[in-house]
Design a binder for this molecule. Sequence first.
Ligand code: PLP
Length: 381
Amino acid sequence: MFSINETHRFFAPQLDVPLRLLLGPGPSNAHPRVLQAIAMPQIGHLDPAFIQVMNDIQEMLRYAWQTDNPFTLPVSGTGSAAMEAAIANLVEPGDVVLIGVIGYFGERLVEMASRYGADVRRMDKPWGEVFTLDEISAGVETHRPTLLGLVHAETSTGALQPMDGVGDLCRAHDCLLLIDTVTSLGTTPIFLDEWGVDAAYSCSQKGLSCPPGASPFTLGERALAKLHGRRTKVANWYLDMSILSQYWDGKTRSYHHTAPINSMYAVREGLRLVVEEGLAERWARHQANAQRLWDGLTELDLACHVNDPAHRIPALTTVRVPAGIDARDTAVRLLNDYNIEIAGGFGPLAGKVWRIGLMGHNSRPENVTLLLAALKEILGR
Ligand code: PLP
């Protein structure tokens, strides 16, 4: 007989978390309706009522991304899981993969692609800048990749990569186009089909105003052809879309893994909010509140890190920290004295910028006013 070891029998106190206004790079606050949805009772992952939830999510995601792709679903896991799903399914060992690196999340794509055995080539830009179409074209001409990966909204720098012409370029070179829309979905204009994007992924905790945990993912026809024509098995079982699709595709509905039921309720409600508001209105709201923030920052004599407003992500602004100010100290005071979370920069931007998010439900004029007032007090301006 073994005796029970009581060493770790720790009586944790009842959960008590502070109410924060999350104005950093994510997560953003979940919409109250999303929190209500997530608290609904669980049903089984093969229950006809849950199948309806899945169908609803897929159709509303197609709207949010502006795509007709039948293969559109949320991956179980955070944005990085959806990112890894894209690489794991579309890259085979030895494939030449070209990644545009304009910040940290481009670096992460490079790292993932190399772990899946790709012959990774990279194009780099200083953090805060974006590629021109000519630069992308030169990269594709030089490296002749099977896949080009770009980060549409680079959350580490605040820069928004223009997508005009990139899809045509990729098609002309028989190359797949993969884009990261983690910070742009539900906040910034995206036209996946018009842009000729073959694969994309996102997250739930930013523009969709959900908790993290279920992350949108889509593959177009060309990407599916690559998946179905693979010489090798997808090296990640959990993220293998050729088997997961049998649960989502509407025909077999065969078990792959237990879907995170309540996270799917959340995504469904987050998407319902997008549909209700309408994409044009939602994108305009994010742009207007970003402009309100940028104008207020100018009044406080603070500058945006991304010079050209057309290349700024409306949902995520990087602000240069003035000389003599400790970036971290300001963020700590915002959190402790005002319950507002913002973030600092990292990598080459460590200590040099603050990152301010106005995402989904949090993109509201009163949040901008509050943050600017708090910054004004803290910085003594
Ligand atoms: N890609 C971008 C552009 C991101 O901003 C993030 C997270 O902030 C990710 C990928 C990874 O997402 P997650 O942290 O949800 O795994």
